[in-house]
Design a protein around this ligand. Structure first.
Ligand SMILES: Cc1cc2nc3c(=O)[nH]c(=O)nc-3n(C[C@H](O)[C@H](O)[C@H](O)COP(=O)(O)OP(=O)(O)OC[C@H]3O[C@@H](n4cnc5c(N)ncnc54)[C@H](O)[C@@H]3O)c2cc1C
Ligand SMILES: Cc1ncc(C[n+]2csc(CCOP(=O)(O)OP(=O)(O)O)c2C)c(N)n1
Length: 592
């Protein structure tokens, strides 16, 4: 087997060009699933050693694994799938990556050019289907265009606001021979040139607002993670220099450390009381790389009514999309923050905001994440706290599924570094966390990678445990098993008269036996006193683990801003528990 059989010549088949382009873009791993329309590419993969191919069990798994890989490394994730059902199975990860600004390059096989439009075997209109869920996509019709399109695909996926792209390659082009040209600077997209540096005049206006603020708040998001590790460092310096309180969206957790003294906790629907009240009552809001999502704003006409808003975002279409702002600054978060920090420091003044910190202290004292201790049943919040304690000081990456467990992970696992939390925020895709963990583990072979899961979500992509076994990826699936689709049950309880329509997970598999069947390790904890030892065992095992953590069935996730309410109308645990949880116990199927 040669190192790369086409290394020395620029004349090659389309399939070989694809592999060569991946190598030239520094790709080391791809996630995929073969089929007729990509067999020439798989044949090339077989004959080289530069790229490791991870064979998943379902194309959705390839997409989420590529997302986890991308988010944890900052590099693009690459997926390869066949035409027709292979491509349609990729739609969910593409939509997921588009919502969460994740750079993905997806190569799909297509039926031969002369059969396109003939209802050929395994034909679908891949570019049509994926147009609304990609940043850009291409159907390549001429071998001459293939190298340029591939290079452009990497450029578009990774520059500006990152996102997923699809390159659809008909099978005859994969067999055809042409000339490969390596990537060159001139290959960048003719019209797509994102603005990186912020406008100096706008930055001066922002500094003036910050200097005169009495009740400022910094609201950060996933854009800081996208901007790279340096941006997180600059953010920390900015917080230090200004002394301002800071909160973040789910997608931005870790950019500023959860252990940092100015940290208010996550904001939004399940954010802390102090974070949401600070957002509501602030006079100057500095939003960096966040998009005023509806989980954040609640009722938009009541969103932070008295504040001047500064918004730093690389995508002009994010500005004024949901909330009108006073000082928009288009540019890369890291670059704009660096200029802002310099201009702020040059003024030689720090605003006095002691009364504001005093007010925040009063909100903090409400202790909005409190929960009642229970010695008999494992409470999910307690389970996450113990998991966090057990992994402290370790090189740990967390992925999540979607539901209550995801929110408890955000609330109770303290993220001190960026790129450590991989979660489906915008699309909210159940089944994301397990394959995403695979992708993270492929990129970080020696790290501890844990998917914090729900019993319903994890069943959506459970087959990928087999991928973990095949590729020797010791991921840990920590299932908070409440035997319900907990988040759905919570909403039914609060908003639909506690009619728990189809949210009870009957006929759950025995996760310990299932682990055994997959060739992984199955562990279970049923009482609080078992938990620490079982978590320690999970961490020590060098194989993939399914951990069945039996938790209280009817615990609710608070605080919560009910849909369509304002930040200052949030439900705190005590207030909510009194009138609602009692009803749940009367009507629900209490299992634990
Ligand atoms: C069940 C559930 C509950 C949820 N509850 C909450 C909640 O309580 N709180 C919460 O915060 N979220 C919650 N979410 C997540 C929520 O749906 C959104 O995904 C999230 O709030 C969006 O985060 P963001 O604003 O940081 O945007 P992202 O989606 O991360 O977007 C990033 C923004 O930054 C910009 N950007 C990208 N790159 C750069 C760059 N280099 N420089 C500058 N700008 C850049 C982009 O243009 C975009 O505007 C929940 C999700 C689920 C599934
Ligand atoms: C693919 C998909 N289908 C449906 C939903 C709607 N949904 C959101 S949370 C949830 C329940 C999740 O249950 P589980 O995984 O057990 O987690 P829990 O809320 O109990 O922690 C559902 C069905 C979704 N987010 N994704």
């Amino acid at each position: 087997m040669s190192q790369n059989k086409h290394q020395d010549s620029n004349q090659m088949t389309g399939a070989a060009m694809i592999v060569r382009a991946l190598v030239d873009h520094g790709v080391k791993h791809i996630f995929g699933y073969p089929g007729g329309a990509v067999l020439p590419i798989y044949d090339e993969i077989f004959q080289q050693r530069d790229i490791e191919h991870v064979l998943v069990r379902h194309e959705q798994g390839a997409g989420h694994a590529a997302e986890g890989y991308a988010r944890s490394t900052g590099k693009p994730g690459v997926a390869l799938v066949t035409s027709g059902p292979g491509a349609t199975n990729m739609v969910t990860p593409l939509a997921d990556a588009l919502m969460d600004s994740i750079p993905l390059v997806c190569i799909t096989g297509q039926v031969p050019t002369h059969l396109i439009g003939n209802d050929a075997f395994q034909e679908c209109d891949t570019v049509g289907i994926t147009r609304p869920c990609t940043k850009h996509n291409w159907l390549v019709r001429d071998i001459k265009d293939l190298p340029k399109v591939l290079h452009e695909a990497f450029y578009v996926a990774t520059s500006g606001r990152p996102g997923p792209v699809v390159v659809d390659v008909p099978k005859d082009l994969q067999f055809a021979t042409g000339t490969y040209t390596p990537p060159r600077k001139s290959d960048v997209h003719a019209s797509y040139k994102p603005q990186i540096k912020g406008d100096a005049g706008q930055i001066r206006k922002a500094v003036a607002l910050l200097l005169n603020a009495k009740r400022p708040v910094i609201y950060t998001g996933g854009g800081i993670i996208n901007s790279g590790r340096e941006a997180s460092k600059t953010l920390r310096a900015l917080v230090e220099a200004t002394g301002f309180p800071i909160t973040s969206t789910l997608m931005g957790l870790g950019a500023y450390p959860a252990s940092g003294k100015n940290w208010l906790g996550m904001l939004g629907m399940h954010g802390t009381y102090e974070a949401n009240m600070a957002m509501h009552d602030c006079d100057v809001m500095l939003c960096i790389g966040a998009r005023f999502d509806d989980r954040i704003t609640g009722r938009t006409d009541a969103f932070s009514p008295g504040s001047k808003k500064i918004h730093i975002d690389i995508d002009p279409s994010s500005i004024n999309k949901n909330i009108r702002v006073d000082v928009p600054i288009i540019g890369d978060a890291g670059s704009v923050m660096a200029d802002l920090l310099q201009a702020f420091k040059a003024e030689g003044k720090t605003p006095r905001i002691d009364p504001w910190w005093f007010e925040i202290g009063r909100w903090r004292a409400r202790n909005s994440l409190a929960y009642k201790k229970n010695d008999d049943v494992i409470l999910p919040q307690f389970a996450i706290q113990r998991l966090f304690e057990a992994t402290r000081g370790r090189d740990t990456y967390i992925t999540t599924e979607v539901g209550q467990h995801q929110m408890w992970a955000a609330q109770f696992f303290g993220f001190d570094e960026p790129h450590r939390l991989m979660t489906s925020g915008g699309l909210g895709t159940m089944g994301y966390g397990l394959p995403a963990a695979l992708g993270v583990q492929v990129a970080h072979r020696d790290s501890l990678v844990i998917d914090i899961a729900g019993d319903a979500s994890v069943q959506m992509t459970m087959q990928e445990m087999s991928t973990a076994v095949q590729h020797d990826l010791p991921i840990k699936i920590f299932i908070l098993n409440n035997q319900y689709m907990g988040m759905v049950r919570q909403w039914q309880q609060l908003l639909h008269g506690n009619r728990l329509s189809h949210s009870y997970s009957e006929a759950l598999p025995d996760f310990v036996k299932l682990a055994d069947a997959f060739g992984c390790v199955g562990l279970q904890a049923t009482s609080p006193s078992d938990l620490d030892a079982a978590i320690a065992e999970m961490i020590a095992v060098k194989k993939p683990v399914l951990f069945d953590c039996r938790v209280a069935a009817l615990e609710n996730c608070f605080p919560m801003i009910p849909s369509g309410k304002a930040h200052n109308e949030m439900l705190l645990p005590a207030e909510a528990n009194d009138d609602v949880t009692a009803a749940a116990f009367a009507g629900g199927k209490a299992l634990v």
